[in-house]
Structure formats: C-alpha cells, structure tokens
Design a binder for this molecule. Structure first.
Ligand SMILES: *Cc1c(COP(=O)(O)O)cnc(C)c1O
Length: 496
C-alpha cells in the first residue's frame, strides 16, 4: 500500500504522517491537513455489496491512515462500531418518495457525528502511543449542537484525554442542549458562549495557534487537539459510508456495479460532503454532489458565483447544525481546485479573515463542476417534512428535509433521473418540536416530553435510548461565558 503523507493547505512544507495529523488536529500554520495524494479505490464494487460496515471501514481507512497497522485499525473499528449503534448494520438506506435516505443517526447521540466521533478517540489514543506522546490530550471543540455531544460521548472517561466543548447559548435545540448539559464523565466540560457557532469556532482556532497558550499547556504536561471536522481523523471515517451506501444500492439491485449514483448532503462545515468528494476522487461511481444549505446560503452563492462572502446576517434556523457562515472544510476543496497551490489557498483564507470574502478564478470554478447547490427556506423545510410524511409515511429531521427539498428541486430543474442517496443526518427525535409542528401545526403548545410521545405515535419509530436518557438525567453543567473569556475558561478548568 502506498504511504500517504499529509500536508497543510497553507504550506506544502508542513507535513505529517496520518497519526501526527490526527494528534495535531489543525496544522501549525492554521491550515488544514490534506492527503498528499488521494488514494485510488482498487477493490471490487460487486464485493463491496457483500461487505459489512466494519469490513468496508477497514478497507477504506487503511488506504488513508497508512502509518496505522491493520491490527490497530481493526481494533479501533471494532471498538467504535459495536452495540453503541442501535442497528447491527450501523447505517441503512430507507427508500421514500423516489429517493434513498441514508440513515446515519443510529449511533449513541442520534446524529451523523457519531459515525466519525465514535472512532476518533480510539484513533487518537492509538496515534498518541505510536508517537510516544505522554502529554494529556485536551480536545477543544466548537459545536453547532451535534458534534459537542457526540465528541463528549466518545471521549468521556477515556484515559489520557480531557474534552472542553463550546456551544452557542440559545443557538441549539432543546434536546441538543439537554444532551450536552447532562453529559457524565470526570474529564468533560461544557460551556455555553454568548455568541454564534462561527464565534466559537474562530475563538477555538485562535486558542490552537496561540503560542502563549501552547507554552502553558506544555508546562502543564498537556496539548490541544480537535474533534471538529478540521481533523483528518473525522474526515476519513466519513468516507466509509459513501462506499458502504453504494454497496447497499448494488446489493438491493437499485444500480449495477459501476452505475453512477448522486449524493445529496445537508451541509454546514462542509465536512460530510467533502468526504463524498474524496470518495468520488478515489473512484466511487458518483455523478453529482448536491450541496444543500439552509437560509445561511453562503455555499450556494459560492458554487453559483465563485465568490465566498461571509459578510451577511447569521440566521438561526430549525436546522441549527447548518447555521454556519464560515465553512472550515471548504478550504480543502479550494486547495484542490487551485491544483494544490498552498500559497494561493493561504491568500484566499487571509482575504476571508481580513475582508470577509474572496473570489476564485474561472479555471478553479471548472474544477467544481461536480457540485450543484441550492438552499431551502424555513417554510420549504417544514413543507418538505410534511410532504414526505403525507406521501410516504416517513418522518425526517429538518437537516435531512433541507437536503430532501433541494434534491426535489434539483430533479425538477435538471431532469436528472440518476438514483440519488440523501444523507439523513439526524433522528427526527433530536429536533422534535420542529418536526411535529411541521406535520401538525396545531400542537405548538405541547411540552417537549409530550412531543416525544406524539412523534412516536405518528412515526411508529421506536423512541431512541438517547431520548429516554435525557428524560431523567440530572443537569451536570451550567457554565456560560463571553467569547473573549474562552481562553481564560480553558485555563481555569484545566487548572494551569
Ligand atoms: C453537523 C451536521 C450537519 C452538517 O455537516 P457538515 O459536515 O458540518 O457539513 C448536518 N446535519 C446535522 C444533523 C449535523 O449534525
């Protein structure tokens, strides 16, 4: 197998092995680690259809994480994808209304973040051993709601690690907040911030690259890492389910091995859809990548006009995990569209941070022709939840509904009848108020606990354990801080 070395999107000179990149999270120059070369998938698509999720994970991840042994990877995979998931196949396709919904929410925290965050702690502790790191690893995470809980669930009581999660107070769903504030584990800390997700993410990035902070950490025998999708250890596990989904389409007889499939992805930080793009580059027969946004439509404008402009109002929507104006992982796509020109990428990112916008060249836009993008308004999102329920009896969450609505429009506008998989990124139980009131507007007065039972009644879907848990779990966290005080809060809690 070919050895893959990672380099920063902002400097070709900064390189790391896979395990080093996972340990660091962000490259020292503030860039993101990218594989020096995207490995080709050389397996058989017919065989893919017969493989389990774990087998596919081993096949795909070993192509990228080339300094891990097969035994190490197998151990990480088996520890992650087990009975924490409520279906043995880990993820599955559900056909409804002429599309295939890839249910990525069967993990412990009922959002697709579990697909990567259940394995990241294992990859990280293995990476620490390989590199003889004895420092305690402190995970700093900004969350728009789902990453925080999934990361804490993954890292809770993992020896040698601590985790601090920052979330926008007032910018997440009731269930999301309750899930985070009831998290157990002596090594976890949750902090609400008086700001939005972009504020949290930018402040976390600043802490990572602050030399004075790094020095204090080193003195205290600690070092930072990231559980956000800027970490390659998040991205690589997400490539797996695109291969697995394709195999399942073949297995179900929906496509023949080699036929193209489209993927539609509800997008925020651009991690999930970037994983699909990497899968395509590896050779997975995938035609269009449909990038769906909510009213924070910064990516739609980027794909349509070639201009990224974050200078706009930040809108709180019913799909809060996509309420983002600075999509971090887009940097990796821009780097590739610029033919791996780190200088150019750094200049774009500098423009973004100084002026709030940048414009790519026409030549680069040609490189993005695999993408199609549109957005769904709040009203359209609610209507789509109701439409699919009325037509197919299938209940989806608002993030999935954004994707579903954008796909419906794609199909109408282009006439493209290629079979399409829509990533279903959260259980409807996680956003139950938006979901139930989209279907039955007259129920707005119901309490959250009544809504749980109502959703169970109308959907027939069993109430997930994650929801049962928060009905009774005591609240264990209550810290709220200003954005400017985030570094001080980190030092205070770590006691250094
Ligand atoms: C995180 C999240 C998204 C957005 O995924 P990105 O990888 O950030 O683009 C979409 N839906 C849900 C439910 C999420 O939790």
């Amino acid at each position: 197998m070919e050895n893959i070395i990672y380099n920063s999107t902002r400097s070709a000179k900064i390189t790391a092995t896979a395990s080093q990149a996972i340990l660091q999270g962000l490259a020292p120059d503030g860039g993101l680690y990218v594989p020096g070369k995207i490995p080709a998938y050389t397996g058989s698509l017919e065989q893919l259809a017969q493989q389990t999720y774990q087998e596919t994970a081993l096949e795909i991840m070993s192509l990228f994480l080339t300094d891990f042994t097969q035994e190490e990877l197998k151990h990480c995979i088996d520890s992650a994808y087990d009975s924490k998931f409520d279906i043995p196949e880990i993820t599955r396709l559900h056909e409804a209304g002429g599309a295939w919904y890839l249910e990525l929410f069967h993990g412990a925290t009922i959002a697709f973040k579990d697909m990567a965050l259940s394995i990241l702690p294992h990859l990280m502790t293995t990476a620490a051993k390989k590199n003889h790191v004895t420092d305690e690893i402190v995970i700093l995470t900004a969350t728009s709601g789902d990453t925080g809980k999934a990361a804490m669930a993954g890292f809770a009581d993992v020896p040698g690690t601590k985790i601090i999660v920052f979330y926008p107070k007032g910018g997440v769903s009731v269930v999301q907040e309750k899930q985070m504030l009831t998290q157990r584990g002596a090594n976890v800390h949750v902090v609400g911030i008086k700001g939005n997700f972009d504020d949290a993410q930018s402040a976390v990035k600043r802490i990572f690259s602050d030399d004075a902070m790094k020095e204090r950490m080193a003195k205290g025998g600690m070092r930072f890492s990231s559980a956000n999708s800027i970490n390659i250890g998040r991205l690589v596990p997400q490539i797996v389910y695109y291969f697995y989904a394709y195999g399942q389409m073949v297995k179900a007889g929906e496509v023949k091995a080699g036929d193209p499939v489209n993927f539609t992805v509800p997008t925020g930080n651009f991690g999930n859809i970037l994983a699909a793009y990497y899968a395509k580059q590896m050779g997975l027969p995938c035609a269009k990548l449909i990038c769906a946004s909510n009213e924070n439509r910064v990516l739609v404008d980027f794909f349509r006009e070639g201009r990224y402009d974050r200078r706009r109002e930040f809108i709180l929507t019913s799909s809060p995990s996509m309420d983002i104006l600075i999509s971090s992982n887009l940097e990796r796509l821009v780097y590739q569209a610029a033919e791996e020109d780190a200088e150019a990428t750094r200049a774009y990112m500098q423009q973004l941070s100084e002026d709030g916008s940048y414009e790519i060249t026409d030549l680069m836009r040609v490189g993005l022709k695999d993408f199609w993008s549109d957005y769904a308004s709040e009203e359209q999102t609610a209507q789509e939840i109701r439409r699919l329920y009325d037509q197919a009896g299938y209940v989806i969450d608002p993030h999935t509904a954004v994707a579903s609505e954008v796909y419906r429009r794609y199909r109408e506008e282009t006439g493209d009848a290629t079979k399409t998989v829509i990533d279903s990124t959260a259980s409807p139980y996680k956003f139950l108020r938006s979901v139930v009131t989209a279907i039955q507007p007259e129920l707005t007065g119901m309490s959250d606990f009544e809504l749980i039972d109502e959703l169970h009644r109308i959907s027939g879907v069993e109430i997930p354990q994650a929801i049962e848990d928060i009905r009774t779990a005591p609240q264990l966290h209550s810290t709220v801080t200003e954005v400017a005080d985030m570094p001080a809060e980190v030092l205070r809690w770590l006691g250094i």
